[in-house]
Ligand binder design. Structure first.
Ligand code: NAD
Ligand code: 0WE
Length: 263
């Protein structure tokens, strides 16, 4: 029996089979969790439904959810209540800033509107999901989000997303303190760079992947399966003592100040 047997998980953020959320769904399904999904818009619906069916969940467990809409967020839990009497796991794997603010000098390219969008979609939405899901969340439950180390140290062009991720990481700690007394844990995974749809528009992503692999102790980049396994662990009762924490799945890159030459 898998270590997530009997757990029900809502996965927010599948856009393709390269999505980090897809890797998480795969691991959680393998460990015995029942899964439900959301999709951002109709364009992504068929891909998410196809993924869901691959994980033994029908279209009935797939809900539209643009996280900028409180109505759609509420609709997810209203819909989920028709099938489930509670939820144990919510995975938040959503991030967005206007593309033109992820290219160029931070001070020059950052706008009030881009700042607002980045923070609303990439950070507030995690709180919004917890709020709307609160009455369905069971004791022993766990919330997870995805972050990136550019919240702590600057990375060229990550710009306003770095600020939004810093806010998201602070929200992990505040949500953990808020929900902990009810037996609900809240954690983040800080993943190394991975080529997903969200990375596809980023200039020089290939050289960033290469630089990251060269810097990391493992001398390679990480996979969505590795993030998925960590997510499954953190969401499970095996991690019952861990909350408010950011766990790095980055091949150790964060721990190295200066790259070591390979002999
Ligand atoms: P992805 O493109 O596969 O997933 C991003 C998801 O965000 C998509 O499913 C998209 O539909 C969703 N999204 C964006 N705006 C939305 C909105 N308004 N409403 C609802 N959904 C919305 O890319 P990914 O790399 O798997 O990203 C998932 C998470 O992982 C993000 O938070 C990202 O910041 C984080 N992350 C990615 C990397 C990386 O290198 N790929 C590294 C560390 C952290
Ligand atoms: O969080 C991310 C990507 C987030 C992202 C990506 C896009 C591209 C398309 C947010 N918003 C948008 N908006 C778009 O219009 N990552 C951790 C991957 C990533 O993105 C970078 C990186 C890395 C790594 C951007 C610049 C520098 C490094």
């Amino acid at each position: 029996m898998g270590f997530l047997a009997g757990k029900r998980a809502l996965i927010v953020g599948v856009a393709s089979n390269k999505s980090i959320a897809y890797g998480i769904a795969e691991a959680m399904h393998r460990e015995g969790a029942e899964l439900a999904f959301t999709y951002q818009n109709d364009k992504l619906k068929s891909r998410v439904v196809k993924a869901a069916e691959g994980f033994g969940s029908s279209e009935a467990l797939c809900f539209p959810c643009d996280v900028t809409s409180d109505d759609e967020i509420q609709g997810v839990f209203d819909g989920l209540k028709q099938h489930w009497d509670g939820v144990d796991i919510i995975v938040h794997a959503v991030g967005f800033a206007p593309g033109d603010e992820l290219d160029g000098n931070f001070v020059d390219v950052t706008s009030r509107d881009g700042f607002r969008m980045a923070h609303e979609i990439s950070s507030y939405s995690f709180v919004a999901l917890a709020k709307a899901g609160h009455d369905m969340l069971r004791s022993g439950g766990s919330l997870l989000t995805l972050t990136y180390h550019a919240s702590q140290q600057t990375v060229p062009n990550y710009n306003v997303m770095g600020l939004a991720k810093a806010s998201l990481e602070a929200s992990v700690r505040y949500m953990a303190s808020s929900l902990g007394p009810e037996g609900i844990r809240v954690n983040g995974i800080s993943a190394g760079p991975i080529r997903t749809l969200a990375a596809s528009g980023i200039k020089k992503f290939r050289s960033m992947l290469d630089a990251n692999a060269a810097k990391s102790p493992l001398k390679r980049n990480i996979t969505i399966a590795e993030v998925g396994n960590t997510a499954a662990f953190l969401a499970s009762d095996l991690a019952s003592g861990i909350t408010g924490e950011i766990t790095y799945v980055d091949g150790g890159a964060r721990t190295v100040a200066m790259a070591f030459d390979e002999e």
